[in-house]
Structure formats: structure tokens, C-alpha cells
Design a binder for this molecule. Sequence first.
Ligand SMILES: NC(=O)c1ccc[n+]([C@@H]2O[C@H](COP(=O)([O-])OP(=O)(O)OC[C@H]3O[C@@H](n4cnc5c(N)ncnc54)[C@H](O)[C@@H]3O)[C@@H](O)[C@H]2O)c1
Length: 319
Amino acid sequence: MGIKNVTCFGTGLIGSAWGVNFLIKGVNVTLYDLDEAKLADAKARITAMLDFYKEMKVLDDAQYADCVKRAKYTSDVKEAVKDAEFIQENGPENIAIKQSIIKTIEEYCKPDAIIGSSTSGLLVSDIAAYAKHPERIVGGHPYNPVHLIPLVELVKGKHTSQEALDKAVAFYREMGKEPVVLNKECPGFICNRIQVAVNREAYELVLRGVCTVEDVDKAVVFGPGLRWGLMGPHLCGELGGGKGGIKFLLDHIGPTTKAWYEDMATWTEIPEGYAANYAVPGVAEELKHRTPGTGRDDQELAKWRDVGLVQLLKYHGKL
Ligand SMILES: NC(=O)c1ccc[n+]([C@@H]2O[C@H](COP(=O)([O-])OP(=O)(O)OC[C@H]3O[C@@H](n4cnc5c(N)ncnc54)[C@H](O)[C@@H]3O)[C@@H](O)[C@H]2O)c1
């Protein structure tokens, strides 16, 4: 493997989990954040994730100790980036902050270091707008929880070189990720667009009184969600069309969906009051019906999710 030294620049929720991902794949990881308190938080999160991997027997004692040994924490920018061949930027989702982070990184990093940005939806071209070397900056958008979700969406900015993109793809692949490269920049990339489309209709069904928050969640989990964990909309369609495959599905069943599309939500801002009046009480009610094993609060729920993801990743041959 070419890349041995990686830096996570900004180690909140996403930066810490990237750190764990990189550590279990054997590279040296420097974790940078603004001050000692932030680094202490990051260390606690990273320790909890590594503990989880040990509990799930993904790491044995020796591998766990080796991961701990390869993690270095610092709030000194120069120290953080000077040896890195790949820098994953995970600062706040704010264009001015991202631009200033790039400036800071470029002051001290190696001339040929690649910079991947975790941005959820900002344009890489804008993030790299004032960079000395915009050609080495790529979008590398992960999914939460980053250490357990293989997807990384790669985006080229106006000035990103093909060489940097290819190197980033190869690096992420070595880190166990499943890279998907966008052919062009678009807001929200691939999966956040799909996610908000599904969410909009879920919220709409609740707002119209068609079903409760709990029932729409249940319908997704025990219906399409189970399939989506294994295959995407096109392969689902291939099987859904029987002998005729996706062509039959689209040609013969597709037209009947016109009336549904016409009736579906088209709003572009979350309706006022949805969070306070529907989502929050709906989630509270849903959690009441769960068990300690399946998660009655955020912490239990995240643990239950992570255990399930490990099983699914093993099924996919990804762990
Ligand atoms: N939360 C998600 O589900 C998610 C998923 C995918 C991508 N992202 C993206 O990842 C990035 C980080 O998100 P997060 O949820 O980890 O946020 P976060 O607030 O948890 O972490 C941001 C970190 O950046 C640090 N920071 C602030 N200013 C900085 C600076 N100038 N230099 C370096 N570090 C600085 C903060 O101290 C903090 O630790 C964002 O761009 C976000 O859009 C988030």
C-alpha cells in the first residue's frame, strides 16, 4: 500500500469514526482538533468504537493494542499534517471554515498530499476556491456511522486532477470503503438526495394522517429497508419484474405509479412544526415500544444498530 500516514483534520463525530476506520486498516493516524478538550472527546469516542470492535471479535487483543499505538492526537497543525500522504478534512459544514481549513492544511502539508473533504453537500469547487493546489482536493463524503458504512461518495471539483481522484479512490478502497464516483458535482450527492426524497414522503404520510411515525418507520424497516440493505433500487426492480426483469416492471407496472407520483409531496422546506408536533412526540412514542435489547434511547439504539450492521457487513463480505 502506498499511503501509510493519514490525518483526520477535525475529529468530531465523523472525524473520529474515520480515524477508527483508518486504524483498523493498518495505517498511522494523526487526529487533529482545536484543543485538548476536543481531542479528549475524540479519544473517548475512538476508544468506545475500538472496544465495540473487540467485543464483536473484529479485533483481537493484539490488533486492538496495535490500533491504539498507531493513533496520535494533536492540536498542533504543523505536527498534524506534515507527514500525511492523505488528509481527511472533517471540519464544520460551513464554506468559510472549510476554505480556511484548506489554507491552514496547505501551509504545512507535503506538496503531493491528497486532501479529501467529508462535506455532506458543499461543492468541492467552492471548498478549493482559494487553494494553492485545488487539483489535489477531492470530495470524500462518508456515511454515519463512518466506520461501519462502506460507502464513500467521491466528487471532483472544477480543478481536481484525475490523478488525485484515482489516488483517492484507490486509498479509500484499501481502507475497506466502497467508493462511488460522481460524474459531475451536484448538491446532496447521490445518497442524501435519495434519503431526503424518502424522508419527504415519510413525513408527508404522517402529516396527512395516513400513518403514525412508528408505522412509517416500521413499514420502511420491514419492507424495502430489508431489501435495500442487500441491493439497490435497480436490482430490486430486476427481481420485482419476475421473468421479464426490470424492463417488464418499468414497462408494465411503471405506468400505474403515475397517479402516486402526482399525489406525492413536492414541498422543498420541511413543513413548519413537523419536528416539534410530529417527529419528536412520534419518536418518543416509538421508543417506548422498544426493549432494552432493541434500544429505548439513543445510546441503546446506536448499539443495536451497530451490532446489526456488523452482521450485515459480514454477509456482504466487508468485515
Ligand atoms: N454528521 C453526519 O452524519 C455527517 C455525515 C457525513 C458527512 N458529514 C460531514 O462531516 C463534517 C464534520 O461533521 P461532524 O458531524 O463530524 O461535525 P462535528 O461538529 O461533530 O465535528 C466538527 C469538528 O471540527 C472541529 N473544528 C472546528 N473548527 C475547526 C477548524 N478550523 N479546524 C479543524 N477542526 C475544526 C470541531 O472542533 C469538531 O470537533 C461536516 O462537513 C459534515 O457535513 C457529517
